[in-house]
Ligand binder design. Sequence first.
Ligand code: PBG
Length: 334
Amino acid sequence: MIYPEYRPRRLRRNENLRALVRETVLSPAQLIYPLFVMPGKQKREEISSMPGVFRLSVDQLAKEAQECRGLGINSLLLFGLPEKKDRVGSGAHGAAHGAAHGAAHGTDGIVQRAIKELKNKAPELTVITDVCLCEYTSHGHCGIIHNQQVDNDATLEVLARIARSHAMAGADIVAPSDMMDGRVGAIRAALDQDNFDQVAIMSCAVKYASAFYGPFREAADCAPQEGDRRGYQMDPANSREALREATLDLEEGADILMVKPAMAYLDIIRMLRDEFDHPLAAYQVSGEYAMLKAAAAKGWLDEERVMVESLLAIRRAGADIILSYFAKDMARLS
Ligand code: PBG
């Protein structure tokens, strides 16, 4: 009998001792803060289902970047809300609708302008861009639609073009989130061809068709007009499939893997951590943020404590990097 020689409570007696034996730490340098960029000037619109998160016009970005920097957050993820949407998502790469493939890539899309602004005003920050079509298409799907289906291979060309336009504007990392087959390879080839061999790919390798994206679809106005995303995002019932998705993306050249959402998929994060040596990111998505915020607003949960606990759980499961709308609040505690 070990008791009473070993008493686990001995090291829980006070905060110094608890901190001394703490296994998991959260550092602001490992947090990525997502930003929504919108057209116009002097715009700062709060997203109603995501209290404390704003859509910002390009001129507001420098201030936001400084704030993050001051808190020790070095990495931002950009989502764009274009001026206009169309069937092929032209706003994503900035080129005019119908421009021939291979024509000069426009760099005047909303995200391209945001990247330039950030690289100008806060060059020390790492700029990561979401590469997807859903924020830019009138139908709200993540790819090009042919015969009422999202056409995988036609979408790859467009994704490669978007990634190239982001790299050209100065992005450090591109983060494809569309879930088309073969996109990492297509993007890597396109970047390398244009000498952007130093631009990294953070691949949303394991992205589930999740209802936890609900508030994001309000934020980015990108709910599919018809149907849903189950034809390309993963079935929440599957876990072995996550290994196949991650393996493919690594073979195609992904530098960082990502699991999305986070809290309902901690087993998947752990599985990938055990299986692969690559850096692993997890995205605490809009619905995860919204539910904690809403319960806290009602006084049902202690916001600060559930925030810390949820982020720790994601780290403990094995994520090196966390993308979270709580990034600034979390960094303030560090
Ligand atoms: C777009 C994209 C989505 C999210 C990130 N990139 C929405 C979706 O796929 O429906 C969700 C992020 C969040 O909920 O915070 N492809």
